[in-house]
Design a protein around this ligand. Structure first.
Ligand code: WE7
Length: 161
């Protein structure tokens, strides 16, 4: 059975730590559900700072541990564009700063995409809805926490459809 194609864009500050992990995790989950071909999935930054850079080495290591790095191997950081707001059905930020940037950067006069804070879909309600920036982390623990939060949240979102 074919379905209406859907699209999701994951956004964080630099598009090198959290949002590539979210993109890879979401692609993995829709593949598991046999829906890979129904979804257009990408990630982007609110800032210009990391444009052109690959995912953070610690994020790459995390994704390799979970065998999902293949989904973002070719990804390079890009900044969100006004067009993204009308191309994607769903745009997800990771923290309150991302959400206010996403609202501020939206095209004036409305857009198609629904904006959500990804962690709002976390089934573990004891977790904060913010997926914290692991950029200044010193070990693997923070990236693993990002992965676990993102995975529960993406599953929760897919279950909500
Ligand atoms: C980050 C970052 C993250 C912080 N990825 N960068 Cl030095 C800088 C300045 C503007 C935009 C970006 Cl993206 C960056 C590099 C890349 N996850 N997190 N910077 C960060 C975190 C807490 C307080 C201040 C910053 C710049």
């Amino acid at each position: 059975m074919s379905v209406v194609p859907r699209s999701a864009l994951f956004v964080c500050l630099g598009n090198i730590c959290r949002s590539p992990i979210a993109e890879a995790t979401f692609k993995h989950l829709v593949s598991e559900r046999g829906q890979a071909n129904d979804w257009d999935v990408d990630s982007a930054a609110t800032s210009r700072y990391e444009i052109g850079n690959p995912p953070d080495p610690r994020g790459q290591a995390c994704m390799k541990r979970h065998d999902i790095f293949k989904h973002v191997e070719k990804h390079r950081a890009r900044q969100i564009t006004k067009d993204d707001y009308n191309k994607f059905d769903y745009i997800f930020g990771m923290d309150d700063s991302n959400m206010s940037d996403l609202k501020r950067m939206a095209p004036s006069g409305g857009h198609k995409a629904k904006l959500f804070k990804l962690g709002e879909f976390d089934s573990d309600k004891s977790c904060e809805s913010t997926i914290e920036d692991p950029y200044y982390a010193t070990g693997d623990k923070e990236f693993e926490e990002v992965y676990e939060q993102v995975k529960r949240s993406c599953s929760g979102f897919l279950d909500s459809l």
